[in-house]
Design a protein around this ligand. Structure first.
Ligand SMILES: Nc1ncnc2c1ncn2[C@@H]1O[C@H](COP(=O)(O)OP(=O)(O)OP(=O)(O)O)[C@@H](O)[C@H]1O
Length: 682
């Protein structure tokens, strides 16, 4: 049973605890500021001063939030207040416990059927930094009834959205918490319908991992990968709000760009082929083909090293064995190049020993560095440049045929080749898909460093080659994969998560499904999921847990833009953000139609808002809508959104994404007939 009527005594006592926690936090900060860095030398002092400065910044109190949002009382008579960070008193005893600590787990997971040692769970309602309400669940009392829905969770998910995404630390649900706290070595893949909290789970998982494995993760890094910059902007405040400021956020394009300037694009069939995992084998062969046979490049097919009056000769068959051994071990091309002089020197030394000499390490070094060996290494294992190699592959039919034999058909090879090859690699107008191939090549030359954990959002949209690029970044770490097959809108989007995990190099990854929708109200979700059987027939329907059924209006208009402008005007008169989703090609028309309403265009450079009140109305090109949410959404001409995509199914998937962005209300305005799939089911 929930106690919903606050008792003033309880609130007063809890408010005292909050005041005390604030005072202790201030004391912790004062103490940190009073420390004098003494590292033994100037450099260590500077590093220490910086660490202290960062720690003090992390201890800054924000009077607009509370230091704790929950409390558990245990069967053992202990009581813990749960908040965003640890606060201790002068004796080191906890006043507030970090939500990520082990003792906080029960706050999220305990239930009447499995109380986990908790007799009381209390959640606090907060306004402007003060406690205004609380809610008690007596989990240890068998006379109490069923688990009742939490009013505080309801208030949190019902609130109008007014800006970027916030953390959900006070209301993480048990099924979400299981994913958030999965062990560091576990890779998790979450299939979830729109608004089921996938992004929220991924970000909180990053924060939890940083807490539980601070040293390793700080050293090796955590990476969050999202679909575009608008999305990264939307989520960028969540981790800093949880005290984690050092997590890099990027897109896949940003990840692979490196030194590549992307200036070109590919026709869809070419981009699909370049994203195919078979290209990895073609590239591997292209790199391997650089290694030359001794008979072709060395005089007499042998390595001859002169030392003093003696000449030592390593014949071709032995050299081939050395090359095959290096090539067969999966050593990267450049690393193998670095090893080869020592391997060749070793072969020479064996000959010296066979002749009765006893050469030592100095001789081995001298042979490895000799001009003869260096020349042989350059000839046998030449240095490679990724851009030059890809340039050759895409321009030289014979070279491509040799590398793609048995992997790509003749038609595919022709598709891959540039119709008008640029003269040099430097003149190439690389496409985004080329950048991914260059990244794969770069890794074949030199291993890409791995971070400790990657959170990959909207993963359904990545090609196998893009997934491999992500795999390289977590080759020695783990990954949290988030996505929804029904929202796949790229021509190469995933059909199956097992396949995705395979490309990510984590075939043992745990597959989980989230199906409780926290964003989209029932009226809107019911409407949008009419498309589900057409876009992803195998997926189950999500359930909205929102209390507000939301509002849905479908307006047939004689003239589209005046009706859109009127709908936006009505939406903007209410609290919260308004997203006006239009076909990418219709952005200018939308801007003209909304001339009387202050708005920004998402993704346009003019969209940067400088200080002041954020603009509430946003014109959203449909291709950027993914992952975002707005309090109210106005969708202009669904048929145009569908037609803008290369095929009908992708069009309907785009529409599914767009229709599921609304938190309170959705208005669909159309002058053309609606897509038939949106008609009410019979
Ligand atoms: N446990 C929770 N408590 C409060 N709010 C929640 C909770 N889980 C999710 N939400 C809210 O629901 C909304 C949707 O969450 P999120 O964006 O993570 O969903 P998603 O599954 O990634 O959606 P999409 O597939 O559309 O990208 C967000 O506003 C998020 O804060």
């Amino acid at each position: 049973m929930l106690t919903t009527t606050p008792t003033p005594d309880v609130l007063t006592a809890e408010q005292h605890h909050l005041d005390r926690a604030r005072a202790e936090l201030a004391r912790m900060r004062e103490h940190t500021l009073s420390l004098v860095p003494d590292g033994g030398d100037a450099i260590a002092d500077e590093a220490l001063a910086w660490a202290l400065h960062r720690r003090a910044a992390g201890l800054l109190d924000d009077p607009h939030t509370t230091l704790f949002f929950g409390r558990t009382d245990t069967t053992g008579g202990e009581s813990f207040h749960i908040g965003r960070r640890h606060v201790t008193d002068a004796a080191g005893d906890p006043v507030v416990v970090d939500w990520r600590a082990d003792v906080s787990r029960a706050f999220y997971r305990a239930s009447r059927t499995d109380p986990q040692g908790v007799v009381l769970r209390r959640r606090f309602g907060v306004e402007r930094g003060r406690l205004t309400a609380y809610e008690d669940e007596h989990l240890g009392d068998p006379r109490q009834g069923e688990d009742a829905p939490s009013r505080i969770l309801a208030r949190e998910i019902e609130r109008p959205r007014s800006g970027p995404m916030r953390d959900i630390v006070a209301t993480i649900q048990p099924e979400q918490d299981v994913l958030v706290r999965a062990g560091l070595t576990t890779s998790v893949c979450v299939q979830g319908a729109p608004g089921t909290g996938k992004t929220a789970v991924g970000l909180h998982r990053a924060a939890w991992l940083l807490y539980a494995h601070r040293d390793r993760l700080t050293r090796q890094g955590v990476l969050v990968i999202g679909p575009n910059r608008a999305f990264l902007g939307h989520i960028s405040a969540v981790l800093p709000a949880l005290g984690e400021v050092q997590v890099r956020h990027t897109t896949v394009d940003g990840l692979v760009a490196g030194g590549t300037r992307v200036r070109g694009s590919d026709p869809v069939p070419v981009a699909v082929l370049k994203g195919d995992a078979r290209l990895a084998q073609v590239l591997r062969r292209a790199v391997a083909s650089a290694v030359r046979d001794p008979a072709e490049v060395l005089e007499g097919g042998a390595l001859v090293v002169t030392r003093g009056s003696r000449r030592w000769r390593v014949p071709a068959h032995e050299l081939r064995e050395v090359l095959a051994e290096l090539g067969g071990r999966g050593v990267r091309h450049e690393a193998a190049r670095a090893l080869l002089p020592h391997r060749l020197a070793h072969a020479v030394l064996l000959r010296m020993e066979a002749a009765g000499d006893s050469p030592d390490d100095r001789v081995a070094d001298a042979v490895a560095r000799s001009a003869e060996v260096r020349r042989a290494v350059r000839a046998l294992w030449p240095p490679l440049d990724a851009a030059k190699l890809l340039h050759r592959l895409l321009s030289d039919a014979g070279f491509l045929a040799a590398c793609a034999e048995g992997v790509l058909g003749a038609g595919e090879q022709e598709l891959l080749r540039w119709p008008r090859p640029p003269r040099t690699a430097g003149a190439a107008r690389w496409s985004p898909a080329d950048a991914v191939l260059l990244d794969e090549l770069a890794d074949l030359l030199q291993r890409t460093p791995s971070v400790a954990h990657v959170v990959l959002d909207e993963a359904q949209d990545l090609s196998p080659m893009q997934l491999r690029a992500v795999a390289r970044r977590c080759s020695t770490g783990s990954v949290t994969v988030l996505g929804d097959i029904a929202q796949g809108t790229t021509p190469w989007s995933a059909r199956d998560w097992v396949e995705v995990l395979g490309h990510l190099g984590k075939p043992d990854g745990r597959l989980e499904v989230l199906d409780r929708g926290f964003r989209v109200p029932a009226a809107v979700l019911d409407y949008a999921t009419r498309l589900l059987p057409h876009v992803a027939p195998g997926l189950g329907r999500p359930r909205s847990v929102r209390e507000d059924a939301g509002s849905l209006e479908v307006l047939a208009a004689a003239e589209l833009w005046p009706a859109v402008a009127a709908a936006v005007g009505r939406a903007a008169a209410q609290e919260g953000t308004v997203g006006v989703v239009v076909a990418d090609a219709a952005v200018d028309e939308a801007v003209r139609a909304l001339a009387g309403t202050p708005h920004v265009v998402l993704g346009a450079s003019a969209d940067e808002e400088e200080g002041g009140e954020p603009v509430r109305v946003r014109v959203v090109p449909a291709s950027l809508a993914k992952g975002l949410e707005f309090d109210r959404v106005v969708v202009a001409e669904p048929a145009d959104l569908v037609d803008a995509e290369p095929d009908g199914r992708t069009g309907l998937r785009r529409l599914y994404v767009v229709l599921t962005r609304a938190v309170s209300g959705l208005v669909v305005v159309h002058a053309r007939p609606l897509p038939a799939e949106l008609a009410a089911p019979a």
